[in-house]
Ligand binder design. Structure first.
Ligand code: NAP
Length: 483
């Protein structure tokens, strides 16, 4: 007999908003989202550092059902993305299904349903849980002696204090990932002095960021077909130019990316000593590729300094390097990235026969096709472990994943099963195949990055994006167990 399913969603970021809208569209209106913050937006709510933007083109980083003629730039700034998410959520009245200020602490499977508890003591139950908790969510704080001793203001890029004035102050930034590379050129002209503490140099992919003209936006508004065409074109360009390249370290596409990065360094960094200090000793794309039109410009400003001596410790006045030099600072920015192995944790998740997610993932997180982990029936992840991550539109990824999950739910809705879960054998076989394939990617060519797991294996989808679409077009019933 057909039955209605109650869906619990964790997180009201991009993927949580998507889940509510798509659940309703496929006839599952009984959805509640639990969001620990008091506002939706996820990564775009949290990352408010100066210069924050998405380095995936905005028309690609948009829901397929909510194209946006108003994007101001090819790569629009973070606050504009937050506004977009809020506007889409408002249009679909997502808020009526969101419980804000409720941090989920426990999820327990009783053999038929999931029981949820929040920090404030709310309890709820549902047939299905969709974890939309994000990948780059838990800030990673560096293990540097004396970090707590600094007398000025210390803040992580994902915990930026927008009320803190920077004008005329001495600012130090630790890290050279995408967050730091966006912050440097944005603040350099405002601050008195900027010290960038680089442990590892980065290749920087140049990218122009033109604004859309009023005429272009008017044309997009007048003809939504234009936006669909643009989306398809950019998606194609991105696949050909990027996702096909990074999964094959020897590809022509990879050579083109490397050449563009090298030409950027050679052509735009004028002082030979600085150029060499900014030159990485690994292949472009090995670490998550950093895209910037103006980082080199920023770091060459007279008040900017690249510090490549290792940091020894932090003191009340600033950062002391190994050679004994003290860099005096008023503000210390930790652009030191995220703990990427957390996913839904620290939520205590207990699945079949008391199995906890911490135990299941004791070695490292894994999931069949990044969606489902054996022992955790009816628990599905959006942007879960080992899926397509860097330099892709994670909105596109989440949409593909949601459509796949919707198909997994069909037998439950038809009353043919109470639960469905990836089987052990299929998950192990997939993991083995994935691990072998990951060796061909540029991420495995000899650098340290957040893509690598404890074994040094890239924690990412190692085939191209089309392969992901193809494999997620329809679930393979033999890969799943049902009850
Ligand atoms: P990240 O790429 O993980 O970079 C962290 C930086 O901190 C690295 O340069 C790292 O150096 C350095 N670091 C960490 N611990 C350190 C220590 N103890 N001493 C000195 N340096 C230390 O972090 P992120 O820049 O926040 O970016 C994370 C991810 O977020 C990106 O890769 C990207 O996927 C996403 N992101 C995207 C955008 C976008 O435009 N779409 C913007 C920002 C972020 P090592 O390299 O030596 O480890």
């Amino acid at each position: 007999m057909a039955r209605d399913l109650r869906v619990l969603v964790i997180g009201a970021g991009m993927a949580g908003i998507l889940s509510v809208i798509r659940c309703r569209q496929i006839g599952l209106p009984d959805v509640t989202v639990y969001e620990k913050a008091d506002r939706l937006g996820g990564t775009w709510r949290e990352n408010r550092y100066p210069g924050v933007a998405c380095d995936v083109p905005s028309h690609l980083y948009s829901y397929s059902f909510a194209p946006n003629p108003e994007w101001t730039h090819r790569f629009s700034p973070g606050p504009e993305i937050q506004e977009y998410l809020e506007a889409v959520a408002a249009e679909y009245d997502v808020d009526r299904d969101v419980r804000y200020g409720e941090e989920v602490t426990d999820l327990r499977w009783d053999g038929r349903r999931w029981h949820l508890r929040t920090a404030s003591g709310i309890v709820d139950e549902g047939d299905v849980v969709i974890a939309a908790t994000g990948v780059l969510h838990h800030p990673s704080y560096p293990d540097i002696d004396g970090l707590g001793d600094f007398a000025g203001t210390t803040m992580h890029t994902a915990r930026w204090d927008e009320s803190l004035p920077l004008a005329g102050r001495r600012v130090g930034i630790i890290g050279t990932g995408s967050s730091a590379i966006q912050t440097v050129p944005t603040i350099v002209d405002e601050v008195a002095h900027l010290s960038l503490f680089q442990r590892t140099a980065q290749w920087v992919m140049p990218a122009e960021n033109p604004a859309y003209t009023e005429e272009e936006k008017a044309a997009f508004r007048a003809d939504p077909g234009l936006l669909h065409t643009l989306h398809a074109e950019i998606s194609e360009l991105f696949s050909n130019g990027f996702s096909d390249a990074v999964v094959d370290a020897d590809s022509e596409g990879m050579r083109r990316i490397e050449e563009a990065c090298r030409a950027n360094l050679e052509g735009n960094v004028h002082d030979p000593d600085l150029r060499e200090r900014l030159r990485p000793d690994y292949r472009a794309g090995c670490k998550r590729l950093v895209v910037s039109p103006n980082f080199y410009d920023g770091i060459q400003r007279p008040n900017a300094e690249l510090v490549t001596e290792p940091i020894d410790r932090i003191e009340a006045e600033g950062v002391r390097t190994a050679a004994g030099h003290l860099h005096e600072l008023d503000v210390l920015v930790l652009a030191t990235g995220f703990r990427v192995d957390r996913f839904l944790r620290p939520i205590q998740v207990v699945g079949t026969d008391g199995l906890t997610l911490d135990d299941a993932w004791a070695r490292r997180p894994s999931a069949y096709l990044s969606i489902s982990t054996p022992g955790f029936p009816n628990l599905f992840m959006l942007n879960g472990p080992n899926g397509p991550v860097g330099n892709f539109s994670l909105i596109e990824v989440a949409e593909v994943q949601f459509d796949y999950i919707a198909q997994l739910l069909e037998p439950l809705r038809a009353g043919e099963a109470t639960w469905v879960c990836a089987g052990e054998a299929a998950t192990d076989a997939f993991e083995e195949e994935r691990t072998i394939q990951a060796d061909n990617t540029v991420w495995a060519t000899g650098c340290n990055s957040w893509y690598l797991d404890d074994r040094g294996v890239p924690m990412a989808w190692p085939w191209n994006f089309q392969e992901y679409r193809d494999r997620l077009a329809a679930p393979d019933p033999t890969a799943y167990v049902r009850g």
